[in-house]
Structure formats: structure tokens, C-alpha cells
Design a protein around this ligand. Structure first.
Ligand code: NI
Length: 159
């Protein structure tokens, strides 16, 4: 579409010709610390410990989470960007980091109420929170990658 604008400079036409229709993925990394407990009230302590291990600890415990939000799109012919990462970062901070950081996932976080505070469920809920805002930015959300520990992470690509 950009290529057809008559006043487009040679430079922009060049950019457009080369980068139009090129899908690229852009990731913003953020970090938060949060407490949780993964357990089921109707199960015995033994069963909770057997299934959830240390994450079933009665008096809570914390993780240092790393969150990777990946959007996708074509580079804008003028900026070369898929999105302004300042806007994306601001959005992730206001909608997710400020809600989760230094909080108890089971108690303090409205969108985790009544849910298992596993990394899987948390990643899906983060997707649901972010999606409408990312669409509003004019971007497509590709994936949520969430590290609970250095060695354990989950990835969600939507339905
Ligand atoms: Ni845990």
C-alpha cells in the first residue's frame, strides 16, 4: 500500500520494495518477582507435595520470572520498525509488571483469582491481558514465553 503513494521518495520506495511482505518477530523482555503456591485444597499435604514438589510449600515461596513478549508484523517503511518498543514496553509494564511484581500470584493478582498459579496458567492469562492492548497498538501478538527458573519455561502461542 505504501508503495503506491505517489509522493513517496525513491528511498522509501526502495525500503518498501525490499521489506514489504517480510514478516518479522520482535521480542521485548521484562522481569518480575512474585510469590505463589501451587496446591489443591482438597488434596492431602502428601499428595500436594508429591505432585507439585517445592511449589506446594505451605508458607509460599518466590520466583524470579523472565517474561518474553513477541509480536510480529512487517517493518514500517518509514521507521523500519514493526512497533515502537517504547510503547510495547510501557504497555507490558502497566498491564503486567505493575500487577505482578512483588505480589502474591494466588492472593494479590485479580486475573489469577481462583486459578492454579502454575507457569502455564500464568502465561495464558498474561496473553489474555496483553492481547487487546497489543492489537490496539496495531500489532499482532505471536507468543508469550515465561521463565519460572533458568531451566523451566513455557511458551504460549494463543488458541
Ligand atoms: Ni514455585
Amino acid at each position: 500500500m505504501w508503495c503506491k503513494i505517489p509522493w513517496m521518495t525513491y528511498y522509501n520506495a526502495y525500503i518498501c520494495a525490499n521489506y514489504y511482505n517480510k514478516m518479522i518477530y520482535v521480542t521485548r523482555k521484562e522481569h518480575f518477582n512474585a510469590a505463589h503456591k501451587v496446591w489443591r485444597a482438597e488434596w492431602s499435604d502428601e499428595k500436594n507435595t508429591a505432585v507439585f514438589g517445592k511449589c506446594a510449600n505451605k508458607n509460599w515461596h518466590g520466583h524470579n520470572y523472565d517474561l518474553y513478549v513477541t509480536i510480529k508484523g512487517e517493518p514500517n517503511p518509514e521507521t523500519g520498525f514493526v512497533a515502537d518498543l517504547k510503547h510495547l514496553s510501557k504497555l507490558i509494564k502497566s498491564e503486567i509488571i505493575e500487577v505482578l511484581d512483588h505480589r502474591n500470584l494466588n492472593i494479590d493478582v485479580p486475573f489469577m483469582q481462583g486459578k492454579m498459579a502454575s507457569t502455564e496458567i500464568l502465561a495464558i492469562e498474561i496473553w489474555k491481558q496483553l492481547l487487546p492492548h497489543i492489537v490496539e497498538l496495531g500489532c499482532n501478538l505471536h507468543s508469550i514465553k515465561l521463565y519460572e527458573t533458568e531451566n523451566n519455561f513455557v511458551e504460549y502461542f494463543g488458541d
